[in-house]
Design a protein around this ligand. Structure first.
Ligand code: ZN
Ligand code: ZN
Ligand code: ZN
Ligand code: ZN
Ligand code: ZN
Ligand code: ZN
Length: 761
């Protein structure tokens, strides 16, 4: 078969990696003829590579697969001069690949090795070869596939949709279209259960007094409402107030019947108002994060360079990821670097979907060759390799930046650094020691745990709050109820927590979200941060919070309590406390749900909140088996051995994920436990115990603007030299600007969400 026949016979996958080179951020897009950007699509594996990295791919494929990946379709796209008036914003909203065709003219060359077989110009458009080339050009790119897929998957029917019953009563005739409470005539939501019209929530640029929500709060059995302005034959915004999520009816006929019951005919409707997702993306793009200074001048733009790195383009609600990546890769974590990964491994044939390769690719772009990307880069393949199958981080929805940071650190630990001698993430780890002292017998007990950040609950004051006040409050000792094993009865203990060791970089996350009547409210309480104003030169001094070893020889330790075999996960307890549950209730819930997630515990609490003993001090039932039966059950349901699962749960203190991992890393274990109490794994020590160096300098801040951490906009401020002077640099997606204006300071004080402090040298 000739090379051309082979080409025509190719099976083309529906999704192709062609957003950028597998090893760098080179693309096929050109603003004009002279730029010369192009990618070569490998016709064996349908990944794309630039001129610099093509040979690396061919070499790897030959070595690992013993296959010659030497046939390429070279593609170049050149902007059509006549196209105007379509803003980037609009394009992102549509997420329609077709626009690519309207905006760019495509050229292609078919190559075998370095020989050109034919090209777009010398080939009839009706020929089989040209048709095949067009098929490859038209195949969806992986980023588009990701985007549209997660946008479609996002909305699902909920239990309320599945159980929905139309009222038997006739619908009352609707005289006018306005909120029945406030006469607002737009942003209207129709209750599907009783037909009541209420206005929606207030959003940027959209009026609303939340009367539809108020209706649900009054009538708990009316969770479903539809936004009238969104209705068309093919679209509808249906919201479930009970699940607090957008939902949909899968059955179109049922949906049409419901609407006609309420007097709405779908056949002549076109959507007039934006859908929720459109609004979310648009909001995200439009947040005005003070790109002007207090005199109204545009902030000074800083070029992509080795000092400032390069900007990260928004992939649609991905600013939470962009700002965390900037803070981590670009100076927030002093000394943290991915140089331990060295260069691209020569054993990975599919770099486009390999996390390690995508991390190296991002590192190279941000650290070693940012000048190549004056307009920023799209971290598409990094997002998909990091987010993987994670329900939230693989979606297009806005996420909590702090949760992403924790997730990112975890992913790198488990997938990349685990097998390495040094783990850059260790720079943020430290050991906290909890000390409790029985107020009756004076006995003490110490427990140590490794942490990666300090989470500080915020409180509100009239005056701006000093950061140190927040920290002081966090480390204050508290009196809690306790079943003392020495006194053998319920007493109280004084509990306090101290640093056993100090990390190189201390990450502090003031939780700006509090629950008021079960509704999360964000506070913009102003925080005075040491070192935020460049001229103040202040440090954050943490040496006062060092665990003291003085007088310990005169203390007596409480005996190990058989009853305290269960240790609820600290993070989960804190999250539940923040939601307003008591510590006892939280512990009880976590015990009953296998210590597995806040969500499971929360659901348990919602079912048991009426129990009379839910807030009583929690004591592990005397006849309780040594492992939680639910946790054991979930391990068994994965097909794991009973004895080994049991042992894993005991060793990992009931943590299901850790237990599963333990089982897989001990395939030959027989499940026999010699001495369960002694067997607990040692806590590796992190950080330095030296309190004299516990002096920290502020390096970076991830800020958040908006009403909830799951919406709004995130940016990063990082300290960098500008013209030789230390200054603040603002990373707002792809934009990098100088930001040491008083207005910027104000943003940082009011909207700071994650603070990165490095040890002063
Ligand atoms: Zn490349
Ligand atoms: Zn290939
Ligand atoms: Zn209203
Ligand atoms: Zn109703
Ligand atoms: Zn629901
Ligand atoms: Zn006691």
């Amino acid at each position: 078969m000739s090379s051309l026949d082979e080409f025509v016979a190719l099976e083309v996958p529906s999704v192709i990696f062609k957003d950028d080179c597998g090893y760098c951020f080179e693309t096929m897009y050109n603003e004009n003829e002279s730029q010369g950007h192009h990618l070569d699509i490998c016709l064996n594996c349908f990944q794309s590579f630039c001129g610099r990295h093509k040979s690396l791919h061919a070499k790897t494929a030959l070595q690992e697969l013993n296959a010659h990946h030497d046939r390429w379709l070279r593609v170049q796209k050149i902007k059509r001069p006549e196209v105007e008036g379509r803003s980037e914003k609009k394009l992102k909203l549509e997420v329609i690949e077709k626009s690519d065709e309207e905006l760019y003219e495509s050229r292609w060359w078919l190559l075998k090795g370095s020989d050109e077989l034919t090209n777009w110009n010398s080939c009839q458009t009706t020929s089989d070869v040209a048709k095949k080339a067009k098929q490859i050009l038209d195949a969806r790119s992986s980023s588009f596939a990701q985007a549209s897929q997660s946008w479609q998957l996002e909305v699902k029917p909920c239990a309320h949709v599945r159980d929905f019953q139309l009222p038997t009563k006739e619908a009352p005739p609707k005289s006018e279209q306005a909120c029945e409470e406030c006469d607002l005539a737009s942003n209207l939501w129709l209750c599907l259960h009783c037909g009541k019209l209420g206005c929606g929530r207030q959003q940027v640029g959209i009026d609303g007094n939340s009367h539809a929500l108020a209706h649900f709060q009054e009538h708990g059995s009316h969770p479903l409402a539809v936004k009238l302005g969104s209705l068309s034959n093919s679209s509808a915004d249906i919201y479930c107030y009970s699940c607090d999520d957008e939902v949909k009816f899968d059955n179109f006929e049922q949906w049409a019947t419901i609407l006609s019951h309420w007097g709405i005919d779908l056949s002549n409707k076109t959507a007039q108002e934006k859908t929720l997702i459109e609004m979310q993306v648009e909001q995200n793009m439009n947040w005005d994060f003070q790109m002007v200074d207090s005199q109204g001048h545009e902030l000074r733009h800083l070029p992509s360079s080795k000092i400032y790195g390069c900007g990260l383009l928004n992939l649609g609600n991905s600013c939470y990821m962009n700002s965390v990546l900037q803070a981590v890769f670009n100076g927030g974590l002093t000394g943290w670097s991915l140089d331990v990964l060295a260069d691209f491994p020569h054993t990975v044939v599919y770099p486009s979907s390999n996390l390690q390769c995508q991390l190296i690719k991002l590192r190279n772009a941000m650290k070693y060759e940012p000048e190549r990307y004056p307009n920023g880069i799209k971290p598409t393949s990094l997002k998909s390799t990091v987010g993987g199958s994670h329900e939230e981080f693989s979606s297009q929805r806005q996420q909590d930046a702090m949760e992403f940071l924790t997730f990112f650190v975890d992913q790198l630990d488990n997938k990349i650094f685990k097998s390495m001698k040094t783990n850059p993430n260790d720079r943020i780890r430290f050991s906290l020691e909890d000390r409790i002292q029985c107020t009756r017998c004076g006995g003490v007990k110490y427990t140590a745990q490794v942490s990666e950040f300090l989470q500080l609950p915020m409180f509100e004051t009239e005056e701006p709050l000093q950061f140190e006040q927040l920290i002081e409050k966090h480390f204050e000792s508290e009196i809690v109820e306790f079943r003392c094993p020495k006194c053998s009865e319920l007493t109280t203990v004084e509990k306090c927590s101290r640093f056993e060791t100090f990390p190189d970089t201390l990450i502090i996350n003031p939780s700006r979200i509090k629950l008021e009547n079960w509704i999360p409210i964000k506070t913009n309480q102003e925080l005075i941060i040491p070192g935020l104003e460049l001229e103040d030169g202040n440090y954050l001094e943490m040496s006062n919070y060092k665990a003291s070893k003085k007088g310990r020889d005169r203390e007596f330790l409480l005996p190990e309590d058989k009853d305290t075999g269960f240790r609820p996960k600290e993070d989960y307890v804190n999250q539940l406390l923040e939601m307003g549950f008591t510590k006892n209730a939280a512990t009880r819930a976590l015990f009953s749900t296998g210590n597995d997630s806040t969500e499971a515990a929360m659901n348990w609490l919602f079912q048991h909140i009426e129990d009379s003993d839910v807030n009583e001090p929690f004591i592990v039932p005397a006849n309780a088996p040594e492992v939680d039966p639910n946790a054991l059950e979930s391990l068994l349901s994965m097909g794991l051995d009973r004895n080994v699962s049991r042992k894993a749960l005991i060793l990992n203190k009931g943590d299901i994920n850790a237990s599963v991992e333990w089982v897989f890393s001990h395939p030959d274990d027989d499940g026999v436990l010699e001495n369960p109490r002694e067997a607990c794994v040692d806590v590796k020590s992190y950080g330095s115990p030296d309190a004299s160096s516990a002096k920290y300098q502020l390096k970076a801040i991830v800020c958040h603007k908006g009403n909830s951490v799951q919406s709004g906009h995130y940016v990063a401020f990082i300290k960098k030299p500008i013209d030789g002077t230390e200054s603040w640099v603002l990373y707002n997606d792809e934009k990098i600007v100088a930001a040491s204006d008083t207005k910027n300071y104000e943003e940082m004080r009011k909207n700071g969400y994650i603070y990165f402090f490095s040890k002063a040298v």
